[in-house]
Design a protein around this ligand. Structure first.
Ligand code: FES
Ligand code: FES
Length: 152
């Protein structure tokens, strides 16, 4: 059994400790925000926070999360009550297919929690591991700037 806190709630998880965190989140906890893209730590669609740091949950075994805090996009707000960053993504229409967006938002939130007013360069560098094949990058940057209280 692996004890993990997910979005502020304690869970005793019974999956094999080698199971990727992404599968545990989606299949056991029914948190379907994080997506399976490449499954190889190369696209960022599966990004969640582990103790406040963005990680690729497709290549993070459950065992690595024992006694730690996981935060997923569901922990940042809901459809009915979006968090500030989620609201900025909606306002700036920063999604096309949307497949990468949960991971983008989770990664961006990790930056804003540490650096409330990042420079463009900091945002670009921080967001680099997360890919969006629809080419929505300009809108994503605008949404992050807006959530930081900077001109979009
Ligand atoms: S699905 Fe995890 S990095 Fe692509
Ligand atoms: S919005 Fe389609 S991959 Fe990012």
């Amino acid at each position: 059994m692996t004890k993990v806190e997910v979005n502020g709630r304690a869970h005793d998880l019974h999956a094999d400790p080698a199971t990727p965190l992404l599968y545990v989140l989606r299949n056991e906890l029914h948190l379907n925000g994080a997506k399976f893209g490449c499954g190889m730590g190369q696209c960022g669609a599966c990004t969640v926070q582990l103790d406040g740091k963005p990680v690729f949950s497709c290549v993070t075994p459950l065992a690595a999360c024992a006694g730690r805090k996981v935060r997923t996009v569901e922990g940042l707000g809901s459809a009915a009550k979006p968090g500030k960053l989620q609201a900025a993504f909606i306002e700036h229409q920063a999604a096309q297919c949307g497949y990468c967006i949960a991971g983008m938002i989770v990664r961006a939130q990790a930056l804003l929690d540490k650096v409330p007013h990042p420079t463009d360069e900091q945002i670009r560098r921080h967001m680099e591991p997360n890919l969006c094949r629809c080419g929505t990058h300009h809108r994503i940057l605008a949404a992050i700037r807006a959530a930081a209280g900077e001109p979009a």
